[in-house]
Design a protein around this ligand. Structure first.
Ligand code: NGQ
Ligand code: ZN
Length: 451
């Protein structure tokens, strides 16, 4: 791509809101310069850094709305998981590619520019590995490439069915690898690394790996490769962990590993005050998925205490029941208000915008969690930008923080007009450049899956 210049009437930069902004982008998609005035291709609207989506299970996109009917006995996260396993056993590599491409288009149209794909569907439906053990993860990369979204692929290390190395159940047969075959997947993905692609790993949870196995795998990785792990999402998981070792999941994780900035703790819903403070001070990011956590009945993350202690956060759409940075940040704030019966629970301080506080926190944590050079409209960052429709009635007479709060707390995805990824204009006037073809492939995959 050639170097280009974009002009925005208003943009959120690390130095605050600026008007009449020109962003110069190099041929590599990185921002060279941000100046006042100066012309360039005019994109009308309000420019903000695009949001990283740090937690995705793409395959779950095809079961949306199909697990909202009451079962024979009390429904829970665990009954949902059974249903999800059933759906997961049906996807072929072609299906996964089509479903992921559709999902990634939806993410871009909602204002995300990077996806962290926590991919654990490795093998054929009967559990036999594909000829290339990285087949399914490579399909996610192809889907990301079709959609034009940046991706941090996090192949999942999954070896056991419960704490202490219990054998996996039949429904988990597509997920299972030992260290050797798992590291082959990582190698296969690592040779693909490019401007929009990073590789990390996702040990599924302390239920699915032992500390010994995980240490063996980490020892074989580059020292800065990101590590994402589900932890303490459900009360039953906390109880099982206590029964197994006398420690809670976050305590166990922190005893076994030195949680630095390369770690993202997904959910971390159930923590004591001491765990909350320790996680916040560790430098790890909490990867929060508020709408999925609500949908699955997980519980409420202690965000007020965690953020007060300086903890870093990022957001993920996880099961994709909602694909919207605005709605996930809104749900995060609302969970705290409902629990504490307060308002503006997570704003940085008196007079500060709640939306701005949360948006900037999730940009910073998301960029770190994904290991991608994003999260700011500033020189040295990739030109990943989301543009809000300043002509939308909801934004009439509103600018800057009031516009951002109106997006996050009210308008949601309907306000997202344009999205740039590495300076490439992938969503233009609410239309993704390849959305018709990708939707057609997605519908064909759903028809295949319905038979
Ligand atoms: C997953 N999803 O791996 O897809 C999990 C459920 C589990 C969420 N937690 C399965 N949202 O944790 O065992
Ligand atoms: Zn998850």
């Amino acid at each position: 791509m050639q170097s280009r210049k974009f002009h925005f009437a208003s943009a959120l930069t690390p130095d605050g809101w600026k008007s009449d902004v020109t962003v110069a982008v190099g041929a590599d998609g990185m921002i060279d310069d941000v100046t006042n005035g100066g012309g360039g291709e005019r994109i009308s609207g309000i420019a903000v850094p695009a949001m990283p989506n740090v937690h995705s299970h793409a395959h779950q996109r095809f079961m949306l709305g199909l697990a909202e009917r009451a079962g024979p006995s009390a429904d829970s996260f665990w009954t949902w998981r059974e249903a999800m396993y059933g759906f997961a056993l049906r996807l072929s590599p072609e299906d996964l590619e089509a479903v992921a491409a559709q999902l990634y288009v939806e993410m871009l149209k909602a204002g995300f520019s990077v996806v962290g794909e926590f991919q654990y569907l490795h093998h054929q439906p009967d559990g036999t590995p594909y000829a290339d053990p990285a087949e399914m993860s490579l399909r996610c990369l192809t889907a990301a490439d079709q959609a034009g979204i940046a991706i941090t692929i996090l192949p999942t290390l999954y070896a056991f069915g419960g704490f202490g190395g219990q054998p996996p159940v039949a429904g988990q047969r597509r997920f299972i690898n030992g260290a050797e075959r798992f590291l082959k997947i990582v190698d296969q993905l690592s040779i693909q690394v490019g401007a929009l692609l990073r590789v990390g790993i996702s040990p599924h949870s302390l239920r699915a790996v032992t500390p010994e196995l995980l240490r063996e795998v980490i020892a074989a990785l580059p020292p800065d490769a990101p590590i994402h792990i589900h932890v303490a999402e459900q009360v039953k998981e906390v109880e099982d962990c206590l029964a197994f070792c006398g420690l809670r999941p976050v305590e166990l994780l922190m005893r076994e590993f030195d949680l630095s900035g390369r770690w993202t703790a997904i959910h971390a819903t159930h923590m004591t005050a001491a765990e909350t403070e320790a996680l916040a001070r560790s430098g790890a990011i909490a990867g929060l998925c508020p709408t999925t956590e609500a949908n699955l009945g997980d519980g409420i993350f202690p965000a007020v205490d965690y953020m007060r202690d300086g903890g870093g956060i990022a957001i993920g759409s996880d099961s994709h029941i909602t694909v919207s940075p605005a709605e996930d940040l809104r749900m995060l704030e609302y969970s705290q208000r409902l629990r504490d019966r307060t308002r503006n629970a997570l704003a940085a301080g008196p007079g500060q915008s709640t939306g701005r506080t949360l948006y900037e926190a999730a940009l910073k944590g998301g960029a770190r969690s994904m290991r991608q050079p994003v999260g700011a409209i500033a020189p040295g960052f990739r030109c990943d930008v989301t543009v809000l429709d300043a002509d939308h009635p909801l934004l009439a007479g509103r600018t800057e923080d009031a516009a951002l709060d109106s997006w996050i707390f009210s308008g949601g995805n309907a306000l997202v007009k344009d999205v740039l990824v590495a300076g490439r204009h992938v969503v233009k006037d609410r239309h993704h450049i390849h959305e018709e073809t990708i939707a057609r492939n997605f519908r064909a995959a759903l028809r295949r899956l319905a038979t």
